[in-house]
Design a protein around this ligand. Structure first.
Ligand code: ATP
Ligand code: MG
Ligand code: FE
Length: 346
């Protein structure tokens, strides 16, 4: 089965073609980051408008790349949520329109299920069951994954997501949006011994996270340095380093706990923050100690992309799922409300 996947939940237009026999045939991405950077964050109205401009040309591009015609596509899948409603509607209406025109089934899928299963696109894909750490711009969750659609939420952030905390710290450090990679780059020059920032919610049992206190701590530290007229490049780097160490350490501690609690030996790390080098280094060190291992998507599939949506859609379409009603655009949609395909009801 050859499936065209469409992702438009936020500020990336992603399109891909996944073949259940041959794997990924083509993928293309257009990022709106440069446009939103001017405003310091994603402007929803501009995001929707830009998706409408870019989506059809990107679909044409992947079809050309894979040397396929409309008749070669067996089904279409799109991100139905969670995300920005206007942005989601662009992908959803295009998917439903094309499906109607081409006479093929169409299915709306969950964006975070896409992130969660993105490592399945790699040669060395993890087997079920595993623990997944989803760390992105809007989510920080630990999930026990027993199969497609069998997700038990073990813990999540009670306030900011890890990626959001990175983006906010970047803003305070006057770094451009999106800040995650920028903070990480600056932190490389930082001295880890200068500050020790708190590791929120690690001193009590449980698998929930909280990152908003860390954001405040960063702001207070910066203000003090500014007031003392002592905020040069090195000092900023030291603060970025302390912030990154605190986020990474917190994530590592909770992953360790989740593996202990479930007795599982495989950890999938996905979502934008999974691209963070220090997080990967620390996790690989910790997991080796306990005879466990981590699985990641390739670099460009850590953040939003069409490939992960094409993959997840293909699994579910192949199992017989499809939209029976109108297009779906669901801005808020909990991951653990999903079901395995055989038991799922549309
Ligand atoms: P969600 O998937 O929760 O809806 P999203 O789609 O906006 O949110 P992603 O595209 O998966 O999130 O990831 C983007 C986030 O990842 C941003 O917050 C960005 O700062 C962060 N990020 C990307 N690279 C890195 C990095 N190297 N270190 C830390 N954070 C990073
Ligand atoms: Mg994004
Ligand atoms: Fe995402």
């Amino acid at each position: 089965m050859r499936v065209l996947g469409i992702e438009t939940s936020c500020d990336e237009t992603g399109v891909a073609i996944y073949d259940t026999d041959q794997g990924l045939l083509a993928d293309a991405l257009y990022s709106q980051i440069a446009m939103h950077a001017e405003f310091g964050g994603v402007v929803p109205e501009l995001a929707s408008r830009d998706h409408t401009r870019k989506l059809l040309p990107l679909i044409q591009q992947v079809m050309d790349e894979a040397q396929l015609k409309a008749a070669d596509i067996d089904a279409i899948t799109y991100t139905a949520g969670p995300g920005l409603v206007g942005a989601l509607m662009v992908g959803a209406s295009t998917a439903h329109g094309l499906a109607k025109a081409w006479g093929v089934p169409v299915l709306g899928v969950h964006h975070m299920e896409g992130h969660l299963l993105a490592p399945m696109l790699e040669d060395d894909a993890p087997e079920f069951p595993f623990v997944a750490l989803l760390v992105s711009g809007g989510h920080t969750q630990l999930v026990a994954v027993r199969g497609l659609g069998e997700y038990e939420l073990l813990g999540e952030s009670v306030d900011d997501a890890a990626g959001e905390a990175f983006d906010k710290a970047a803003k305070m450090l006057e770094l451009p949006y999106p800040g995650g990679p920028q903070v990480a780059k600056l932190a490389e020059q930082g001295d880890p011994r200068r500050y020790r920032f708190p590791r929120p919610m690690t001193d009590r049992p449980g698998l929930d996270f909280s990152f908003s206190g860390l954001k405040t701590h960063t702001m207070v530290t910066l203000k003090k340095a500014k007031a003392a007229d002592d905020l040069d490049e090195q000092h900023c780097a030291d603060i970025a380093r302390a912030f990154e160490e605190a986020v990474v350490d917190t994530l590592v501690i909770k992953c360790r706990r989740a593996l202990d609690q479930t007795g599982l030996k495989r950890l999938v790390v996905a979502g934008g923050v999974s691209a963070n080098t220090r997080l990967r280094e620390r996790l690989s060190h910790e997991l080796t100690k306990r005879n466990a291992r981590a699985y990641y998507p390739r670099g460009r599939f850590c953040t939003d992309n069409g490939a992960m949506i094409a993959y997840v859609g293909a699994q579910r379409l192949n199992a017989g799922e499809q939209d029976t009603g109108p297009m779906k655009a669901v801005p808020r949609w909990p991951l653990d409300s999903l079901a395995a395909p055989s038991t799922a009801q549309d």
